[in-house]
Design a protein around this ligand. Structure first.
Ligand SMILES: Cc1ncc(COP(=O)(O)O)c(C=O)c1O
Length: 397
């Protein structure tokens, strides 16, 4: 399989890529070149949340292609697609988050947010949290917690320390020397870890007391994934800086960091062009994001909750399942061991269902279907998964 990739001149990212050949994808279904169909139960890791080939998104892209593509490096020319995306995004956010910087990826959004924190506070130290995953540029990697993934690339960025997750006492480390703390509101790669509201409230309070910026990374858990437009809405807190990506671009590459005007103006004058990125705010992802944000506004969250709750009840009753962690359609299924997870991912594929691994949580697999998936497809996917779990249990006997 790997040789196949390399022979085509494509770099490999793992020794065992899925290497499926895609013909097209519509709604919740991916059709392969051999004509077989897969139910997409992971949305390309939380990207295709509004379904593949969503007509609103594809029409917005076609309209934009007819107008113009790249005209000038981000920030120099006013482009209507950027205005539309910004207006819709900010209309969904608290008043204090009134300015957005569009970039190319989640990791770039994190890097931009970290730079903003240092430059707007004049402080250097940044805290992150055990179990967090924030991406793979040097900045984003440094604030991610998986040591084995970082070690080969050291030295990373200085001035970063880690706190225990969901631990109120650990928050004592936040003082007037700390520029920011970056936290995934709900940790994705740690296997969908949902924190106590008390911890997040204390974190917010501690940041207020010390002038430390609270950066929430909602690159994976934002954009409707958890049953509300943004995950922080479940906890009665607001961030100082919000990082977005993945589903934001409606299937096109895009990230964003959002904060207040007073902070964001730093990027223009201290120094000028503090963060500069040729393709950030590209008109195609912006047109697509504007359509995605409209879809987010109109999402039927109750429908997804009904389907996901039924799924949770059935799957958590299976003898092989140790735990289901879920908020909205952001789901981890914990199995007894890594082998069982491998078996299930491979077996489900042969039955037409795409589920997938976590990077750092080997004994669980992820489920994150398009938020537009209809009930019949949820039911079919649940049936296939239960048969897969049955087959796995029998194979272990
Ligand atoms: C929570 C979180 N932050 C940041 C990132 C990095 O985003 P990207 O892969 O677009 O750089 C990811 C990607 O999985 C993520 O899940």
């Amino acid at each position: 399989m790997t040789e196949d990739l390399l022979q085509a001149g494509l770099a490999q990212t793992t020794l065992h890529p899925l290497n499926l050949r895609v013909r097209h994808a519509v709604g919740s279904i991916i059709t392969l070149e051999d004509g077989s169909e897969l139910i997409d139960f992971i949305s390309g890791i939380g990207v295709s949340s509004f379904g593949h080939g969503n007509p609103l998104i594809t029409q917005a892209l076609k309209d934009q292609i007819d107008l113009h593509l790249h005209v000038m490096v981000y920030g120099e020319m006013r482009q209507a697609s950027q205005d539309r995306a910004a207006k819709l995004l900010l209309s969904l956010l608290p008043d204090a988050l009134d300015t957005v910087y569009f970039v190319n990826s989640g990791a770039e959004a994190v890097d931009g947010a970290l730079k903003l924190a240092r430059s707007s506070t004049g402080r250097q130290k940044i805290l992150a949290v055990d179990g967090g995953y924030h991406g793979n540029t040097f900045g984003a990697l440094t604030v991610s917690s998986n040591e084995a993934r970082k070690a080969p690339f050291e030295p990373l960025i200085p001035g970063i320390e880690f706190l225990a997750w969901n631990n109120v006492q650990a928050l004592d480390a936040i003082d007037h020397t700390i520029a920011a703390i970056i936290v995934e509101t709900i940790q994705g790669d740690a296997g969908i870890r949902i924190p106590d509201q008390g911890w997040l409230l204390s974190l917010r309070e501690k940041c207020n007391e010390t002038g430390t910026l609270l950066i929430l990374d909602e690159i994976q858990c934002g954009m409707g994934r958890t049953g509300r437009p943004f995950a922080f809405e479940h906890f009665d807190i607001e961030p100082d800086v919000l990082c977005l990506g993945k589903a934001l671009g409606g299937g096109l590459p895009m990230g964003a960091f959002v904060s207040s005007k007073s902070r964001m103006k730093q990027l223009a004058n201290a120094p000028a062009l503090s963060h500069i990125t040729t393709f950030g705010g590209h008109p195609l992802p912006c047109a697509s994001a504007a359509a995605a944000l409209q879809l987010l506004k109109d999402l039927d969250f109750q429908h997804t909750e009904r389907c996901a709750l039924r799924f949770e009840k059935i799957v958590s009753a299976h003898v092989l399942v140790k735990e289901v962690r879920r908020l909205g359609a952001y789901i981890a299924i914990e199995l007894p061991d890594e082998e069982a997870v491998n078996y299930c991912v491979q077996h489900a594929l042969t039955q037409g269902l795409l589920i997938y691994f976590f990077l750092s949580t080997p004994c669980a697999f992820r489920v994150a279907p398009p938020l537009t998936m209809d009930e019949a497809t949820w039911v079919r996917a649940t049936d296939i998964l239960c048969q897969t779990l049955d087959a796995c249990a029998s194979s272990m006997r």
